[in-house]
Design a protein around this ligand. Sequence first.
Ligand SMILES: Cc1ncc(COP(=O)(O)O)c(C=O)c1O
Length: 374
Amino acid sequence: MEFIDLKSQYALLRDAINSRMQAVLDHGMYIMGPEIAEFERHLADFSGVRHALTCANGTDALVLTLMAKGIKPGDAVFVPAFTFVATAEAVVLVGATPVFVDVSADTYNISPDSLQAAIEAVIKEGCLKPACVMPVDLFGQPADYDRIGEIARQHGMFLLADAAQSFGATWHGSRVGGFGDATATSFFPAKPLGCYGDGGAIFTNDDALAEIMKSVRVHGQGVDRYDNVRIGINGRLDTLQAAVLIEKLRVFPEEIGARQAVAERYNEAFGDVAVTPLVDGRATSVWAQYTLQVDHRDAVVAELKAVGIPTAIYYPRPLHTQAPYASFPQSPTGMSQCEWLAGRVFSLPMHPYLDEGTQQQVIDKVCKAIKDCQ
Ligand SMILES: Cc1ncc(COP(=O)(O)O)c(C=O)c1O
C-alpha cells in the first residue's frame, strides 16, 4: 500500500502528460517556454486571482514574496510553530525574525489569540517592527482568514498565506489564492496538485507587487537580462514541470472530490476511536493530509507499520524546539498546543485513487491498532 499513490494518477494521465512533455522536448524552450504562461493563465482562472506567477518551489514562493515586499532585518514575521520548516526558514533567509505563534486546538492552524498576544509583546518590547503575518493552511484547510486578516490590517502588516498544502481548498466559497496580500503554494510531488520534481506558485491581486515578484524571480531583472534593478534569485519553474501541471490541473477538481470522499469515510470510521480532523464551517479542505490524534501514538504507528499500513507524522517536533530556531521569540501564550499535537498526531494514506477496499483495510487496521494500544 502507498501513502500517496502517484503511479495510479500517471497511469490515468499518461498519454496527455507524455505528449505535453514531448512538445517541450520538441520546441526545446526549457526555461520560460510557452507552457509557463499557459499554466499561469490556468492557475489565475482556477483561483480567481489576477496574477499567478510560477516559481521553482514553495520555499522560493515564500522567499520571493518576502523579498519583493522588502521584508528585512528588524522586521518581525509571525508564523505558527506547528508547520513544515520552510515557513520559518523563508523568514530567516531574508534576514527577518520569525516570531512563533501557537496553533488552535481544533483546526491546528495559527491561533488568532496567540497571534494577537505575540504582536502586542513585540510592540511592547520595541526591538522589532511587526511587518508580516504568515498563516499556514495546515493539512489542506485554510486558516481563519477573517480574524487574521483583521489583525493584520489593524497593525498595518503584510499578510502572506503559506498555502503550500491547501491549493484547491476554499474559504467562504472562494478558492485559495486571494485571502492574503499574497499567497504562496507548492507543487512538490506529494502535494494535492504536484508536479514531477519541484515547483511552486505565488498569487496576488496587487499589480505592482506582481511586477516586482517577476523581477525578483529572475535575478532582479530590469528591462533586459543584463539590467539588474534589485537583488533577486533564480526562482523560475521549469517548462517541463509546467507541461505536467497543465494536464494535472485539468483533473484536479475531480481529484479534490475523491479526496473529500475518502476523508468523509475516514471521519465516519474513526469518530469513536480517535480525534478526527475538524474543518471550520467557512472552509473546505483539500486534504493534503488526513491526520488523527490518539493516545499512545508511537505504539499505534509501530503496530500499523508491522501490518503494512504506511503512516507519517507531521510534525514530530514543533519548530521552536529545533536548534536553529530555538532562540527566536515566541508568543507569550506559550506553545502548548503545538507541543501537545506533536506527541499525538499521525497521518494516514490519502490520495484520490485510494479504492474502497484499500480504505477498508486502513480503517480495520487503524481501529484495531488503536484498541490494542489502549
Ligand atoms: C507549509 C509548507 N510551507 C512551505 C513548503 C515548502 O514547499 P517546497 O517543498 O515546494 O519548497 C511546504 C512543503 O512541504 C509546506 O508544507
